[in-house]
Design a protein around this ligand. Structure first.
Ligand code: F3S
Length: 393
């Protein structure tokens, strides 16, 4: 293991016990799948923020670190937690969950982690530049950062991202080098229209080639917000930390094996998640919505009212929420009876969904986790279908 002077001092405990323990974890990772070297990072993004995901053991671990004086050495943001801190009642939060969730956030903040509480930190809270080496957890954000922004990050776990933040180092592995080339070409013959199609495409590609790095070729190209949905779908069903597209500037490897994704491949999953009953919960914003998406949804809601018996949740980050508030958009959501929600992720919330509930979402990742973690019936539909069902039009 090649270590610099500072790293050796960290391991000797000269930067405190928390930093020593954190570097030991990073070194163990570097020894198991890295190149026997560490790399300095510019930012970190930690997951495992919800009390539902990490429980008492995770909370104690974070408290221990914070009380031991651990501090992050680089800009660090946090993933969503179990509820909107200003609207806990939307998520069936009880007193214990509420208090323990706040303790988790407090411990992370004590270490210097920004309470961004979002899975799309790249919109404004934590914006890496092309070529930056970072240590991010949250698969959708990892894939977006690598594939769309051109940063370099391993697909970190919650604890490894936090350890990287505290030490300012990550394990130097393939994802921090230019060896992260595509290993399979995916030709998409299916027509891809809206965000739900992009997330479904990512999900299907991940299922077909879960251990490959795909080069995805779609007619009409792959640019813009839709790549966020592609990243999230792909991260749900595969182990990859990056995808490539024909629009990127890179040397396409020769003799790549090739697979085709047809409309039948997408239809198979769509049929499994077809809407058969009126939804009781409609979810948009997995990953969290950009300001542009929030504006578009506000336009559709203006002067209208959400149907009785439907809880319409639109998830976003607190920084986008703040901007929406400055633009006077919150009133539109409130008047329509829709909930623009910050800080939260339904998959890691304590929200009680019963067998009688039907959750409609435009995100394959959202559908997958809602199905895995609740007894509700799950449906995947386009954004327009979500809005029309919400408004009963
Ligand atoms: Fe974000 Fe939760 Fe979806 S972390 S990507 S809203 S499952």
């Amino acid at each position: 293991m090649r270590l610099g002077r500072t790293e050796k001092m960290m391991l000797e405990g000269r930067y405190g016990e928390a930093c020593k323990r954190s570097l030991e974890l990073i070194v163990a990772i570097a020894e198991s799948y890295g190149r026997g070297e560490l790399i300095k990072i510019k930012s970190a993004h930690v997951s495992g923020v919800s009390y539902k995901s990490i429980g008492d053991a995770g909370l104690e671990y974070l408290k221990d670190l914070a009380e031991g004086g651990a501090k992050v050495r680089v800009k660090t943001t946090m993933n969503p937690c179990g509820f909107d801190l200003d609207k806990p009642w939307l998520f069936d939060v009880d007193e214990t969950f509420f208090e323990k969730q706040l303790e988790i956030i407090k411990s992370l903040e004590a270490m210097g982690v920004q309470p961004s509480l979002t899975c799309t930190p790249y919109y404004s809270d934590n914006k890496p530049r092309r070529g930056d080496h970072i240590a991010w957890a949250e698969s959708s954000a990892v894939i977006y950062a690598n594939s769309v922004i051109g940063a370099y990050t391993n697909r970190e776990s919650g604890p490894s991202a936090l350890a990287a933040a505290i030490t300012g180092r990550a394990a130097l592995a393939k994802d921090h080098t230019d060896e992260r080339k595509p290993s399979v070409m995916v030709e998409v013959t299916a027509k891809i229209f809206d965000y739900s199609d992009w997330s479904l495409l990512g999900f299907v590609v991940g299922r077909l080639v879960p251990d490959e790095v795909p080069l995805i070729k779609v007619k009409g190209g792959t640019m813009g917000d839709k790549l966020k949905y592609l990243s999230a779908g792909l991260g749900t069903s595969s182990a990859t930390s990056i995808f490539w597209t024909a629009e990127q500037d890179f040397q396409e490897p020769r003799d790549l094996k090739r697979i085709v994704v047809t409309k039948e491949d997408l239809k198979e999953v769509r049929d499994r998640w077809a809407l058969t009953r009126r939804p009781t919960v409609i979810l948009i914003g997995c990953p969290h919505c950009s300001l542009r998406e929030v504006k578009e949804i506000a336009r559709s809601l203006k002067g209208r009212r959400v149907r009785r018996g439907v809880m319409f949740l639109i998830l976003t980050s607190r920084s986008v929420y703040r901007k929406a508030s400055e633009l006077g958009l919150l009133e539109i959501f409130e008047r329509a009876g829709a909930h623009l929600v910050k800080d939260a992720c339904l998959a890691v919330s304590p929200k009680k969904l019963s067998r009688n509930d039907v959750v409609l979402t435009d995100s394959a990742k959202g559908a997958y986790y809602a199905e895995t973690m609740t007894n509700a019936t799950i449906a995947l539909g386009g954004r327009r279908a979500c809005l029309e069902e919400a408004l009963g039009i």
